[in-house]
Design a protein around this ligand. Sequence first.
Ligand SMILES: O=C([O-])C(=O)C[C@H](O)[C@@H](O)C(=O)[O-]
Ligand SMILES: [Mg+2]
Length: 432
Amino acid sequence: MNPALRIDHVRLTPVLVKDPPLLNTQGVHQPLTPRLVVEVVTAGGVVGLGETYGDTKYLDLARPLAEALPGRLVTDVNGLFVLAAEVCGTAAAKDADGRVDAGGLRGVQTADKLLLSVVSAVETACLDALGRSLGLPVHALLGGRVRDEVEYSAYLFYKWGAHPGAAPEEADPWGEALDPAGLVEQARRFARLHGFGSFKLKGGVFAPDREIAAIRALAEAFPGAPLRLDPNGAWSVETSLAVARELEGLPALEYLEDPATGTAAMAEVAAGTHLPLATNMCVTTLAEVPEAFARGAVSIVLCDHHYWGGLHRTRELAALCGTYGIGLSMHSNTHLGISLAAMTQVAATLPALHHACDTHYPWLTEDVITTAPVFRAGRLAVTDTPGLGVELDRDRLADLHRRWAEDDGRYRDRDDAAAMRAADPEWRPTRW
Ligand SMILES: O=C([O-])C(=O)C[C@H](O)[C@@H](O)C(=O)[O-]
Ligand SMILES: [Mg+2]
């Protein structure tokens, strides 16, 4: 094997990135959100990039894994899972509570899932390094692309005009969006800036009637555009079925995403509506697949290369879904341009990806890559540039890392509920 492809060292750089005051059923996004940038440096001097969640529990796993990587080949991505279990197994188990992740928005939190989220960044970085070394794009390393561009959906959020306690000059340029008119305006701006032709509304913030009105307003403003509503499991089975009855006649509604929490509740909802149900909450690990598929709880799984364990594992999930006639879409959590490039590269290789992918990226005003990707008609071109096709802006990375280093711990672990309670100490999540 080519010795230049051996890993010489790995750099881990946690950063804090500005995030707007976006509302969800668990609270509101904090002004800064953590991400982890992973650089795998080969003996040949090539640097591969990866990115994942930056909360402390992920950093605690990434550190021992990074130390164990030197000397291994960047081609040995299957071996990463074995290595990670060996060097981080107990640490991962300690941080997992087996129930839900910190924000409760991404399903169960298991030791395996935490580990997979860290391995995914290393796998992506290894593939980036290998691609750069061979002069091949990452999609070629995954078997080649089946499309030239990947479509993304505009991710609409109810939002405040500023973070609690922000100075007037720190107001968010997108302003407030708390009613149907505000969301339609937000959607128009997304369509104008990036050409998005499909829209997802993050729900579970207000009473369902109010969110149904918003979906109707979007359907009227964008005739024929595919729409989705995702309350992150905030509704009971009865409420989910009542909302489904209201929206069943709306041909533009592509799917309802996680109306209720858990496989049993989702299966009950699915049995009572013709609307397809999608999830990034009740099927987020392989262990959850058999029951959810057998009970018909979901029609569409939203893949996410971070917690499914990387780009190869995402392709395996796609094959599994295909076998059971389950559709595929792509989930997003706040992420930088490295992950967006990884999402685009793997999405380009998935023949059965029939829905536009989610992305939070257009909400961000900061990044660690040199050139911002440009959405045209809501799509990103799939590049043939070697690796992921993105370059690190080292000054920017250093700035965002300095912010992390100087943080007193307030923002190092995402906590939407804490941010909400800063505005309203009595706040509790509402369920309908
Ligand atoms: O589709 C989803 O459930 C998400 O994107 C989860 C996210 O954490 C989202 O709710 C957010 O960023 O507030
Ligand atoms: Mg969701």
